[in-house]
Design a protein around this ligand. Structure first.
Ligand SMILES: Nc1ncnc2c1ncn2[C@@H]1O[C@H](COP(=O)(O)OP(=O)(O)OP(=O)(O)O)[C@@H](O)[C@H]1O
Length: 217
C-alpha cells in the first residue's frame, strides 16, 4: 500500500434489527416499553413475560401489523418500510395466516408471490422438509393443528426473510415437530438470519442459551 494512502477500516455492518425507545400504548395504557434492543445475524432471542405482558403485541409491532406509539425500528440499519417488511420479515403468528380452502402447495405459492423465494428451494421440497410429503394437494382445512403449523413452518423455510418473528412456534407440535422447529432455527441462524420467539411451553429452544427479553406489566 502506498504511504500516501490512509488505512480505512471497512464499515461495521449494522445490526439486523434495532429497536430504540419502542413503546406501544392501547387507549393510553402502556402495553410495553420503552424497549431498547439490538439483534445481530445468527441470534435467537426469547421474549418472556406473563400472560398479557405484551409479547404478541411486540411481535405485531415489529412485523408492521401495528404501528408503534413511540420509538424506532431499524432493519439492517434502515427504517422499516412496507416493501422491506414483505421480503425481510416473516411472522408466524397464532393464526398462522393460512387460507383454509387452499391446499398446502397453493398456500405456499401464495406466500412466495408476496415474499419471494429462497434460492434452491421449492414448495414441494419445503413440505417434505417439514414432514408433509403426500399432503401437498390437501386443503388446509382438512389438516390437523400440528400439520397446519408445519405448513406455516414450510412457508418460513421458503421465503428469504432474514428476520423471523415466531409467536409460540412450538404450540400444537409433537416431539418430532418441536425438534424440527429447533433444527430450522439453528439452520436459519447459521445462514445469517435471526429469530425472535415467544414460548410458554415446557419445550423451547434447546441449542445453547438464547438471550432473553423480559416484558413486564
Ligand atoms: N385486539 C386487542 N384489543 C384490545 N386489547 C388487546 C388486544 N390484543 C391484546 N390486547 C391486550 O393487550 C395486552 C397484551 O396482549 P398480548 O396478546 O400482547 O400479550 P401476550 O404477552 O402475548 O399474552 P399471552 O402470553 O397470553 O399470549 C393484554 O392486556 C391484552 O388484553
Amino acid at each position: 500500500m502506498s504511504a500516501l494512502m490512509p488505512h480505512i477500516d471497512p464499515p461495521l455492518s449494522p445490526p439486523l434489527l434495532e429497536a430504540r425507545a419502542l413503546r406501544f400504548l392501547r387507549n393510553d395504557e402502556p402495553i410495553f416499553g420503552p424497549l431498547d434492543f439490538v439483534m445481530h445475524a445468527g441470534e435467537i432471542v426469547l421474549i418472556e413475560g406473563d400472560n398479557g405482558a405484551g409479547k404478541t403485541t411486540l411481535l405485531k409491532v415489529l412485523s408492521g401489523l401495528l404501528p408503534p406509539s413511540d420509538g424506532e425500528i431499524r432493519l439492517h440499519g434502515d427504517p422499516l418500510t412496507l416493501a422491506k417488511l414483505s421480503h425481510q420479515v416473516a411472522l408466524l403468528g397464532h393464526l398462522l395466516g393460512l387460507k383454509l380452502e387452499l391446499s398446502a402447495l397453493e398456500n405456499l405459492a401464495f406466500a412466495i408471490g408476496l415474499g419471494g423465494l429462497r434460492p434452491r428451494l421449492s414448495p414441494t421440497t419445503a413440505l417434505a422438509g417439514v414432514g408433509l410429503q403426500g399432503f401437498e394437494e390437501v386443503p388446509v382445512r382438512l389438516l390437523s393443528a400440528g400439520q397446519r403449523k408445519r405448513v406455516a413452518l414450510a412457508r418460513l423455510l421458503l421465503v428469504p426473510a432474514s428476520l423471523w418473528l415466531l409467536d409460540e412456534p412450538y404450540a400444537n407440535l409433537d416431539r418430532d415437530g418441536i425438534e424440527l422447529v429447533n433444527r430450522l432455527l439453528d439452520r436459519h441462524a447459521r445462514e445469517g438470519g435471526a429469530a425472535l420467539l415467544t414460548s410458554h411451553g415446557a419445550y423451547a429452544y434447546t441449542s445453547g442459551t438464547p438471550r432473553r427479553i423480559k416484558l413486564r406489566h
